[in-house]
Ligand binder design. Sequence first.
Ligand code: 5RP
Length: 239
Amino acid sequence: MSADDFKRQAAAKALEFVEPGMKLGLGTGSTAKHFVDLLGARVKAGLKVLCVPTSEATRRQAAALAIPLTTLDEVLQLDLTIDGADEFDGDLRLIKGGGGALLREKIVAAASERMIVIADASKRVRMLGAFPLPVEVVRFGAKATRVMIEELAADAGCAGDISLRLKTDGQPFVTDGGNYIYDCAFGSIEEPELLDEALKVVPGVVEHGLFLGLADLAIIGSPAGVEMIEAGFGVDDAV
Ligand code: 5RP
């Protein structure tokens, strides 16, 4: 089985946590895309849910599948968000934003009673940071913001290359919110909470990809089957 098969396996398991009438947050990325596909099939078969997508890409996919959509202006609280991750550790601290949707993903996760992370086993790490941390910044003064990120991250014990995310045509990647992303290759992030606090101080930073205290459960597709890790409890079971 391929990594993509494991992602789909995790997405299928997550579907078991969806109940009729739920208000759902729909994540972004290749793993979340599997979940939206599977949810679409259930909706077609009669399941009633109402969903808030975390990106324009997911909104288009869900709309094409006739999944009922709403916004966080109409529905202020969601029951459950299902989303992927670029990395997660044993405490279910995440790095997200590889797909550039971290701002809406964090807003939607924070508005949800529960967040389930779906991933293949390659996303599980002992310590966060091998995946460069995405930091979303406003375009105004972006270079000055970059310098401040560097300085404040250093105070939090993190140093490394900070690069503006570019598209394949060499132009800057622009998020759904109209912002830039700096990918910060800090290596091991020993104290994510400290870095979180440091980055919040930078005026040009809109949000960053550390998701701390948001995920309740990780569902991991792996050659050994589907594993689940509950926040605060460690490995739950293998199916
Ligand atoms: C998008 C994200 C994704 O969840 C993350 O990049 C994982 O993507 P994939 O499921 O394709 O591996 O944070 O902003």
